[in-house]
Write a protein that binds this ligand. Structure first.
Ligand code: NAP
Length: 259
């Protein structure tokens, strides 16, 4: 028996990267995927690869509340319900603190924090009427630890992690289960943009498993948190980071790869 049979599952930013891997994994467990992305063509192509005749590919700008409302309305109009949200859409960032402009700051917060809030609230309103639902927010290790260039990005993700806790407290009574995944360094287009050679070498040194993670490794964690097996896991942040957050002093028997 597949674990998510017939569950209507929205994945924002699902056209590529971590979101696409999550949509694929949810589909393989029987969910009906809704891929929503600012890149509508990409969302359509992603859905086409999922063998999901009941699925949907929709355009959304998560930073635009009207766009988010239209998205959720369209899902409810088609399926009559919404069971799962994976709140994944986001943009990367690698700007030294002294160079962050108001434009960079505002755009990062608008998409990665305010946008995630818009989507979570709109979905939770539907789920609250159903008295059931699963929400997984995709935050980041960069919201937990200080890192070069992660001023705006890290602040947004730290805010999302705290928002997850508040949502868990307030939404439990509606039967909505809320958790957070904090990926470490994951090999995606975003990482290619945000991670220069020095960043990659630093991560490979600091991660006990000495490598970047894959989108599929995040997707496996997301499936768990969306499943019945995780019903008593609530308000939790699951780090999927090769041990980065927990690591302290490390002696290596051989040099870590540099890239
Ligand atoms: P990605 O490859 O850049 O994919 C993100 C997707 O979101 C893209 O399709 C992008 O469209 C879309 N998107 C961007 N802005 C949007 C908006 N305003 N509304 C709707 N969709 C939008 O990123 P990823 O690496 O898979 O990251 C996915 C999530 O994981 C993000 O929240 C990210 O912060 C988080 N994360 C990633 C890493 C990592 O190492 N990769 C680590 C920690 C956390 P466009 O391509 O057209 O912009």
């Amino acid at each position: 028996m597949r674990r998510l049979e017939g569950k209507v599952a929205l994945v924002t930013g699902g056209a590529r990267g971590i979101g696409l891997a999550i949509a694929r994994a949810l589909r393989s467990e029987g969910a009906v995927p809704v891929i929503a992305d600012i890149n509508e063509q990409g969302a359509r192509e992603a859905l086409a690869g999922l063998d999901a005749p009941d699925g949907m590919a929709l355009s959304v700008d998560v930073a635009d509340q009207a766009s988010v409302t239209s998205l959720v309305d369209a899902i409810v109009a088609r399926h009559g319900r919404l069971d799962i949200l994976v709140n994944n859409a986001g943009i990367g960032g690698n700007t030294p603190f002294l160079d962050i402009t108001a434009e960079v700051w505002n755009r990062t917060i608008a998409i990665n924090l305010t946008g995630a809030f818009f989507v979570a609230q709109a979905c939770a309103r539907v789920m609250s009427t159903q008295r059931s639902g699963k929400i997984v927010n995709i935050a980041s290790l960069s919201g937990q630890r200080g890192g070069h260039g992660r001023g705006a990005y890290g602040a947004a993700k730290a805010g999302l992690e705290l928002l997850t806790k508040v949502m868990a407290v307030e939404l439990a009574e509606f039967g909505i289960n809320v958790n957070n995944i904090a990926p470490g360094a994951i090999e995606t287009e975003m990482a290619k943009f945000a991670h220069d050679a020095a960043t990659r070498a630093a991560y490979n040194y600091l991660i006990p498993m000495t490598r970047y993670g894959t989108p599929e490794e995040i997707a496996d964690a997301a499936v768990f948190l969306c499943s019945e097996e995780a019903r008593y896991v609530h308000g939790h942040t699951l780090n999927v980071d090769g041990g980065f957050r927990e690591a302290g002093l490390m002696f290596r028997s051989k040099a870590a790869p540099s890239a």
